[in-house]
Ligand binder design. Structure first.
Ligand SMILES: Cc1cc2nc3c(=O)[nH]c(=O)nc-3n(C[C@H](O)[C@H](O)[C@H](O)COP(=O)(O)OP(=O)(O)OC[C@H]3O[C@@H](n4cnc5c(N)ncnc54)[C@H](O)[C@@H]3O)c2cc1C
Length: 415
């Protein structure tokens, strides 16, 4: 594809990474007339986007780092069953990121971060539904709400700040007692006595198939999918970029780096250091039994999401630091399987598959979406952390508006 042959209204764009973020961006740009090449070294959707909990949670405006974190973090790090785990050997590597994470928990910063998350999440479900309708994937989206369950009032009270933050941002939330929980989810363990019900939330019942269908629709619209490793991204002076893969070198007007947790490695040779750390998350998918839940149920005391999926049901969660090289820790996913068995009586006998994925996380919980300062034509879309599925469609809209129409982004240029 020749960059000089393209018009400004239909620029040549290469996107690195065909996870949910890159796939959504590729489709949005292609349907608006850009010449898009989507490059992934693996099958689209096989990265972090493969195994998430499928929750569409636009009401998640509370960042991970909340006031009081500095006090609770040491205890969380030492408790083997805590949802957060850092192997001792990895602590020095994680420390700079963790210090920024703690700094982000200051009350004034949390309020500002919540504003930004609310903007990135706005109308995400309506936008997913519109996309799914357009690509023939409406069957994947269920608008059945989310139910967060707690053992008792004291446990719920610990999350009071996050709930008030959500309510202040207009998220519809109803408080339920045990009878209310049973009315929605009769199979729920008596361990849970109170809950918070978000009737307007939704889920994708097969996140991997969702990515694949978006990519298929992109190709049908004339987009080019390349299965190759991107080895380098280099400036092609006076303007534009060269993307080097095993297949050769391609010149384009714009490059978008949407390679999830691997984005930093691609940008380092250009002198950039992204504040993105992998938060390794796990899932266990149970097949061969009926799902014990009919909507997303969040076991708030376990920080785990339980979702009915096309292929059975899934429990997903935990935050483990440890980088990209260490193998998955089977003890983390076994813990999730145990939580599922404790919460639902009928899980026995199900076939289990265990998985680990790398969430690309910024210390502030806000994704990095936008142009790179003083590098015209270079864009970043990563750092979506725990909300990449939810935020993918809005990320795609924002970037398409910015690249094709010059609209301002929500975030300043990334230095
Ligand atoms: C356990 C768990 C549960 C989660 N639950 C939810 C949830 O319920 N709701 C929600 O909104 N989010 C959830 N998330 C978060 C969400 O899954 C992620 O934020 C999202 O998948 C990130 O997408 P991505 O496209 O940025 O990255 P990925 O899906 O990791 O995609 C990056 C792609 O880049 C490719 N790549 C990397 N380097 C190169 C290279 N050099 N050349 C070519 N290709 C390259 C990789 O092969 C990969 O396919 C969860 C995550 C986990 C782990």
């Amino acid at each position: 594809m020749s960059r000089t042959a393209t018009l400004r209204s239909s620029p040549a764009i290469a996107i690195v990474g065909a996870g949910i973020v890159g796939a959504a961006i590729a489709y949005a740009l292609c349907r608006r007339g850009a010449h898009v090449t989507l490059i992934d070294r693996a099958e689209p959707g096989r990265g972090c986007s493969y195994g998430n909990a499928g929750a569409l949670s636009p009401g998640s405006v509370a960042p991970l780092a909340l006031p009081g974190l500095a006090r609770t973090l040491p205890r969380l790090l030492l408790d083997r069953e805590s949802p957060l785990h850092v192997p001792v050997g990895y602590l020095p590597r994680a420390l700079p990121w963790l210090l920024r994470f703690v700094a982000a928990s200051r009350p004034d910063r949390v309020e500002a971060i919540a504003e930004r998350l609310a903007a990135v999440n706005a109308d995400a479900i309506e936008h997913h539904v519109a996309l799914a309708r357009e690509i023939g994937a409406l069957d994947l989206i269920r608008r059945t709400g989310h139910l967060h369950v707690y053992p008792d009032e004291a446990a719920l009270a610990k999350d009071a700040f996050a709930w008030s933050l959500r309510e202040r941002h207009g998220v519809r939330v109803e408080r339920l007692d045990r009878a209310g929980l049973e009315a929605l989810e009769p199979g729920l363990s008596p361990r849970y006595a109170v809950g918070m019900w978000l009737p307007e939330h939704a889920a994708v019942v097969n996140p991997f198939r969702y990515v694949q269908q978006i990519v298929r629709a992109f190709v049908v619209r004339g987009g080019r999918l390349v299965r190759d490793q991107v080895r380098a991204i280099e400036p092609d002076l006076p303007r534009g970029w060269t993307v080097a893969t095993g297949e050769g070198r391609q010149n384009v007007d714009h490059v978008i780096v949407a390679a999830g947790v691997h984005s930093g490695a691609l940008l380092e040779p250009l002198g950039m250091r992204l504040p993105v750390e992998s938060q390794r998350g796990y899932h266990v998918t149970f097949r061969g039994v009926a799902s014990p839940v009919s909507r997303v149920v969040v076991l708030a005391d376990r920080k785990a999401f339980v979702t009915p999926m096309e292929q059975g049901f899934r429990i997903a969660g935990t935050v483990e630091f440890g980088g990209l090289a260490r193998p998955a820790n089977p003890r983390r996913s076994a813990l999730l399987a145990r939580f599922a068995r404790e919460a639902f009586a009928d899980v026995a006998g199900a076939e289990e598959s265990h998985w680990m994925g790398h969430r690309p996380c910024t210390p502030e919980s806000v994704p990095l979406v936008g142009p790179v300062a003083s590098r015209q034509g270079l864009w970043i879309a990563t750092g979506h952390g725990h909300l990449g599925l939810t935020q993918s469609v809005n990320t795609a809209r924002l970037l398409a508006d910015a690249i094709l129409e010059g609209s301002p982004l929500l975030t300043p240029a990334i230095a």
